[in-house]
Design a protein around this ligand. Structure first.
Ligand code: MN
Length: 240
């Protein structure tokens, strides 16, 4: 299965921010984006710690429950790192991605999410967001208190309801479904979706065969559109 996967990634600090607090992982069967937050470069530490824990999933036969365990382990690791250094107190990160797993003896994808980074699936020209943002705004929209139109540019869009580095530990959303090649996935930090409309994202994913080139194009578009946040894109292709 692993040899049927091609993947690539790109990341950029953007135009406004002093440092890049996003981290990502492209490894055999494990693809992750983490968007760190916290002053004094603590966000960079949080996202690196979370991705390092997720890397523990590489090279083993993964079950869906192993993915959940890794996310909870990442939460504990970020909390422990924050306790060790007062400068890092209160740091946090999103942790979002895609992992190839064995479920009842057949290969499945496990999509996991804590925070407001996203996983999209792109098949037959259609882009579908697989994850739900853990923001105050997304929850208000889901409850019907705010319409999707009212939600555009709303300040509560930046307030996370779940993040890695919280007590009590946040429960990750998990979505488990059989692999169905050919299929393409995008994992991205909010720095991409803040700047680039989904129609344009879908266009790049449709037009750019090489996953690394697609990731580079998406990140460049976000930076050219204003680059108000760090931006990271991971593109994963499962070939037939
Ligand atoms: Mn961000």
């Amino acid at each position: 299965m692993g040899d049927m996967i091609r993947a690539g990634a790109a990341t950029d600090v953007g135009v406004v921010r002093a440092g890049n607090e996003d981290s990502h992982l492209v490894a055999d069967g494990v693809y992750v984006v983490a968007d760190g937050m916290g002053g004094h470069a603590a966000g960079e530490v949080a996202s690196e710690v979370a991705v390092a824990v997720a890397k523990g999933l590489v090279g083993r036969t993964v079950k869906p429950e192993d993915v959940r365990a890794a996310v909870l382990e990442a939460n504990a690791a970020v909390l422990a790192a924050a306790r060790r250094d007062p400068v890092h107190r209160g740091m946090g990160t999103t942790l979002t991605g895609l992992c190839l797993a064995d479920f009842r003896g057949t290969p499945h994808w496990v999509v996991f999410n804590v925070g407001d980074s996203r996983v999209y699936r792109h098949v037959d020209g259609t882009l579908t967001q697989l994850t739900t943002d853990h923001t105050e705004l997304a929850e208000l929209v889901q409850a019907g208190d705010i319409s999707p139109e009212e939600a555009v540019g709303h300040p509560l869009g930046n307030v996370l309801t779940r993040a890695i580095g919280m007590t009590p530990a946040p429960e990750p959303d998990l979505d488990v479904f059989p692999v169905a090649p050919p299929e393409r996935f995008l994992i991205c930090s909010d720095g991409l979706t803040l700047e680039v409309p989904e129609t344009a994202i879908a266009g790049v994913l449709a037009d750019t065969d090489d996953p690394g080139a697609a990731a580079e194009r998406l990140v460049t578009m976000a930076v050219d559109a204003g680059g108000r946040d760090n931006v990271t894109a991971v593109v994963v292709d499962l070939r037939r």
